[in-house]
Design a protein around this ligand. Structure first.
Ligand code: SF4
Length: 307
């Protein structure tokens, strides 16, 4: 029988010896500190998934006494990644979860580990989304893909098929991949921050992103891409641990644990704002440069992306 939400939380609190649980606790602490997925809310107080903006459920501001007797103690900072971010990279994500115990056996092949991770996520009941989804959407591609795209969450088409980026936004992403001279499934791996669709395509809650984080973390580690591209604010903010808007994050190279990361607008945003395609193409040229690939000439048949 499924555990009720409160029972899940209680059992997690009791089982702190489990490294994965401990990792979630760490991320929850960060969320409680307002570091992840925090953004202004719309007038109705709801989050949105539009225009590449991220608005999740805001963590309430802690109440402070009018005249504190002493300043609050500073939060302990996680250790910096060994050696710091590579030269030229703009930022480096919180290292607090780097040493989390893997969910799959590192001694197995990347293909076996990815398949095992997908099976584990199929059984996942860590957040309420498992109750409303139709199909879990784990990822599309092979370990060793040189480029990893990370989106926000499955939509209706993805929820129906179990494959990420198959709707209109996915078709646009396929065209972008083909224009780069790459082949989806061959050079490119695609996944989302969340593996289950939020009802009504709403923006993922910070708690949902936290619950799903161990799967994404390990997925990235197994795929081991040379470059990561975050599509839209939710993905960029989750991976970089920042509250910056996608407009400020795009156009430069960030660091995700030693792997270069470029953030750009989500294809769904481009469908509503076609003039922004030029900026995304500039970001894709940056990705190609990081991959050491030439920028294909316009009009030349490229790649083999799905339609
Ligand atoms: S969204 Fe992620 S954490 Fe939530 S039930 Fe699905 S796999 Fe589990």
């Amino acid at each position: 029988m499924d555990a009720a939400p409160g029972e899940v939380k209680d059992s997690m609190a009791a089982d702190r010896s489990d490294p994965r649980r401990a990792a979630l606790e760490v991320l929850r602490d960060e969320l409680a500190g307002g570091r992840y997925l925090m953004a202004p809310r719309n007038k109705k107080g709801r989050g949105t998934r539009d225009e590449g903006r991220v608005t999740g459920r805001a963590v309430p501001e802690p109440k402070t006494s009018p005249q504190p007797s002493s300043p609050p103690a500073p939060r302990p900072q996680p250790p910096a990644p060994e050696g710091g971010p590579p030269e030229g990279l703009a930022s480096s994500r919180d290292a607090g979860l780097i040493d989390a115990k893997p969910l799959t056996d590192p001694a197995k092949s990347p293909g076996e580990r990815l398949a095992e991770l997908a099976r584990l996520s199929e059984k996942c009941k860590q957040c309420e989304l498992n109750k409303t989804r139709n199909k879990l959407v784990f990822g599309d591609g092979k370990p060793g893909a040189e480029l990893l795209f990370v989106g926000e969450a499955p939509g209706a088409d993805e929820d129906a098929t179990g494959v990420p980026f198959v709707g209109r936004a996915g078709q646009l992403l396929n065209k972008i991949i083909a224009a780069m001279g790459l082949v989806r499934g061959e050079h490119v791996y695609i996944c989302n921050v969340l593996k289950c669709r939020p009802p009504g395509n709403r923006t993922p809650l910070p708690s949902e992103a936290a619950e799903c984080w161990p799967y994404l973390r390990e997925q990235i580690e197994i795929v081991a891409p040379r470059v990561i591209c975050a599509l839209g604010s939710p993905a960029a903010r989750t991976l970089l641990g920042t509250e910056e808007t996608i407009g400020r994050l795009r156009g430069r190279v960030h660091d995700f644990r030693g792997t270069p990361l470029v953030a750009t607008y989500h294809p769904a945003y481009l469908l509503r704002n076609p003039p922004e395609k030029a900026k995304v193409w500039e970001d894709m040229k940056l990705v190609l440069k990081l991959l050491g690939r030439p920028v294909p000439k316009p009009g030349k048949p490229q790649g083999g992306g799905q339609e």
